[in-house]
Unconditional design. Structure first.
Length: 370
């Protein structure tokens, strides 16, 4: 885990053409005029491949999206804005790809010839737009009086390409940090695109229940959790007084989990099995041991949808400031999920909803667009 570095943007820092790496973020600092930020996406907002391809083939494969970019930048500097490029990038672990990404940025900065700060998110974590981690590097930024320009606005038709936007991450990023948002054409060529609007964006976070059933563990020696990633299994398991926890997240290997479970059962100790346990075949190995020692087992099945799980995984990465759990793992869980039944050996099955607890976590982060 890495700590987000806080930068005092009121000091005039000048660092020329050198990259700072902080966790999964690449930073180049040049100059801060004030705590007002004029933020810009990079690809298809400021530059695009001149080859016409979606992704650049080499460092030289770029051209300006608009011819008045430098003129606009100079005007923003006169208005006391600090210029910052915020960019999501992928495959940064590949040397050739890294060279192309950083090389194109440096060539763009040389072409502009004015101080512009750059911050690049290279992983799916707290810093990847629309999450706000990159913005938080600039401690003290005046979000209310700042602006952000980006092409990922969730439009059904981009007037420049006549194609649907690939995502809404730029627009959501601006909403999450609380600054004014512009699409590139509206910012750089407002007269030409003055009548081009964008749809009203609905909140994308899913809804959750506000209550859950009371649980009574008195009659059970074993509890088995079932549920997708970030559904609240571990939080609930850790709250069970008098129960030892068997977790594959902690032990890494199922064989170790089975061995530890049997140790607890032999010692007549209460135990909770805290894994996803979505498939009957996965549950069967644990339940065979429970049956061997003639223990009563309660199944708690977390009633969380795929959409909710995706949301909660992203929320957890913002809270913990870690790499986001891969989406493919969530898709796999729901593809292979099998409803639990008492015929498997459960004494009782309880459906449990996820209920947000804002005494522990941030309601503001929870309510962000994702």
């Amino acid at each position: 885990m890495y700590e987000v570095k806080k930068l005092n943007i009121n000091s005039s820092i000048v660092i020329n053409m050198s990259w700072i790496q902080k966790g999964n973020v690449q930073i180049q600092l040049n100059k801060f005029n004030s705590n007002k930020i004029a933020g810009f996406d990079l690809d298809h907002t400021l530059i695009k491949p001149k080859s016409g391809k979606t992704h650049p083939k080499d460092v030289e494969d770029f051209e300006l999206c608009f011819q008045n970019i430098k003129q606009k930048f100079l005007q923003l500097q006169k208005e006391d804005y600090s210029l910052v490029i915020f960019s999501n990038q992928s495959s940064f672990d590949k040397p050739e790809r890294k060279e192309i990404i950083l090389g194109r940025v440096e060539k763009f900065l040389e072409l502009m010839g004015i101080p512009i700060n750059v911050i690049i998110s290279t992983a799916h974590d707290y810093c990847r737009k629309p999450n706000t981690g990159m913005w938080e590097f600039f401690n003290g930024a005046d979000s209310k009086n700042s602006i952000y320009v980006g092409d990922a606005a969730g439009r059904n038709r981009n007037p420049l390409t006549n194609k649907k936007d690939f995502s809404c991450s730029d627009r959501m990023f601006a909403l999450n940090v609380g600054c004014k948002f512009y699409t590139p054409e509206k910012f750089f060529e407002p007269d030409k695109y003055n009548n081009v609007g964008i749809h009203v964006l609905q909140k994308t976070f899913t809804t959750f229940t506000s209550s859950q059933p009371e649980l009574d563990f008195e009659d059970f020696e074993v509890v088995m959790m079932i549920g997708p990633q970030a559904s609240g299994k571990s939080t609930l398991a850790e709250s069970m007084d008098g129960f030892a926890v068997v977790s594959q997240d902690q032990l890494k290997y199922k064989a170790k989990c089975l061995k530890l479970l049997e140790t607890h059962l032999k010692n007549n100790e209460k135990v909770v099995i805290d894994n996803t346990n979505g498939k009957k075949s996965t549950r069967a190995q644990y339940l065979e041991l429970v049956k061997k020692y003639n223990k009563k087992v309660l199944c708690i099945n977390m009633n969380v949808s795929k959409e909710q799980s995706m949301f909660l995984v992203n929320y957890r990465c913002k809270i913990d400031k870690k790499i986001k759990y891969p989406d493919v793992a969530i898709h796999t869980y729901f593809k292979n999920y099998e409803e639990p039944g008492e015929e498997e050996g459960f004494s009782k099955i309880v459906e449990m909803d996820f209920v947000p607890n804002f005494s522990r976590f941030s309601e503001g982060l929870f309510n962000q667009y994702y």
